[in-house]
Design a protein around this ligand. Structure first.
Ligand SMILES: NC(=O)c1ccc[n+]([C@@H]2O[C@H](COP(=O)([O-])OP(=O)(O)OC[C@H]3O[C@@H](n4cnc5c(N)ncnc54)[C@H](O)[C@@H]3O)[C@@H](O)[C@H]2O)c1
Length: 255
C-alpha cells in the first residue's frame, strides 16, 4: 500500500507548540492514527512536543522552530521534515495570533504584524509545501479561519484579526481551484470560542459564563472538537471536498 492510499504519510502542522492549543491536540490525534508529523512553531517548546509524540505514539515526529512568515526559516524546517520523514501529504496551517484591539485604537504596526503572521504565514508555508504535493499528485491542506472572518469580528478579536482570517479563506478558495486538478484539496475550518490560550490567556472560570452565554450548545468548544474535524478533512475519504469552509462554533453562527 502506498503512503497516500492509507492517508497516513506525513502531516505538517504549524502552531503545534502550545500545550493547550489546537495544533498540539491535533498532533496527538494524528499520531495516534499513524501519521508522521512535522511540527513547526516559533516557540522552541515545539521540539519537546515532537519528542513527546515520538515517545507516546512511536511515529516519526520532527519539531522545528520557525516563524511561519519567514520563507528561509520555513524552508529550513520543511527541508528537515523531508529529510527525516515520509512524503508530506497533509498540511495544517494552525499557527496564528489574535488581536482584541478595536479599529479606533489599532495602529499600522499591529495590523501588519497580525496580517503578516496569519495571512502571509499561511501563504509562505503553503508555498513551500503544496508544490511537492501537486508533483506527487496527492495532498490535503486545512487552514484555520475563524468565525470572526464571517461575523464581523469574534467574541474576543476585532477587525484586524477578522481581516487576516478573511484573507486565509479567500486565498484557500483560490488555491483550491488551482490545485484541484493535481490531486490536492484545500479547505478552511472556522472555529469559535475553543478553550485554548489564544484569547489573551486561559479562559478562566470567571470569564467562562460570558463566553458560554453566547453559545447555543451551552459549552465552549474543545481542541478535540476541532482536531476530529481536521483529521477527517486530511483523510482519504475527504477527496471530494475542496474550497469549503467548515463552521465549528457551537451554533454561534449558522449558515
Ligand atoms: N481558540 C479559538 O477559540 C480559536 C477560534 C478561531 C480560530 N482559531 C485559530 O486556530 C488557530 C490555533 O489557535 P489556538 O487557539 O490553538 O492558539 P494557541 O495560541 O494555543 O496556538 C497558536 C500557536 O501558534 C504559534 N505561533 C504564533 N505565531 C507564530 C509564528 N509567527 N510562527 C510560528 N508559530 C507561531 C504559537 O507559538 C502557538 O503555539 C489559530 O490560527 C487561531 O486563530 C482559534
Amino acid at each position: 500500500m502506498t503512503e497516500h492510499s492509507t492517508g497516513r504519510g506525513t502531516a505538517v502542522i504549524t502552531g503545534a507548540a502550545s500545550g493547550r492549543g489546537i495544533g498540539r491536540a491535533l498532533a496527538g490525534r494524528l499520531a495516534a492514527a499513524g501519521w508522521h508529523l512535522g511540527l513547526l512553531d516559533i516557540d522552541p517548546a515545539v521540539e519537546k512536543a515532537a519528542a513527546e509524540i515520538r515517545a507516546e505514539h512511536g511515529v516519526g515526529a520532527v519539531g522545528a522552530v520557525a516563524d511561519i512568515a519567514d520563507p528561509a526559516a520555513v524552508d529550513a524546517a520543511v527541508t528537515a521534515f523531508e529529510a527525516e520523514l515520509p512524503p508530506v501529504t497533509g498540511l495544517v496551517n494552525s499557527a496564528g495570533v489574535s488581536s482584541p484591539v478595536s479599529f479606533f485604537d489599532v495602529d499600522l504596526a499591529t495590523w501588519e504584524r497580525v496580517m503578516r503572521i496569519n495571512a502571509t504565514g499561511t501563504f509562505v508555508v503553503s508555498k513551500r509545501v503544496v508544490p511537492g504535493m501537486a508533483e506527487r499528485g496527492h495532498g490535503r491542506v486545512v487552514s484555520l479561519g475563524s468565525t470572526a472572518m464571517q461575523n464581523g469580528g469574534g467574541t474576543y478579536s476585532k477587525s484586524t484579526y477578522a481581516a487576516s482570517k478573511g484573507a486565509i479563506e479567500a486565498f484557500s478558495r483560490a488555491l483550491a481551484l488551482e490545485v484541484a486538478p493535481r490531486g490536492v484539496t484545500v479547505n478552511v475550518v472556522a472555529p469559535a470560542t475553543i478553550d485554548t490560550d489564544i484569547m489573551g490567556g486561559r479562559i478562566t472560570d470567571d470569564r467562562k459564563p460570558a463566553f458560554v452565554s453566547q453559545l447555543p450548545v451551552g459549552r465552549l468548544g474543545t481542541t478535540r472538537d476541532v482536531a476530529a474535524l481536521v483529521e477527517f478533512l486530511l483523510g482519504e475519504d475527504a477527496g471530494y471536498i475542496t474550497g469549503a469552509t467548515y463552521n465549528i462554533n457551537g451554533g454561534l453562527r449558522i449558515g
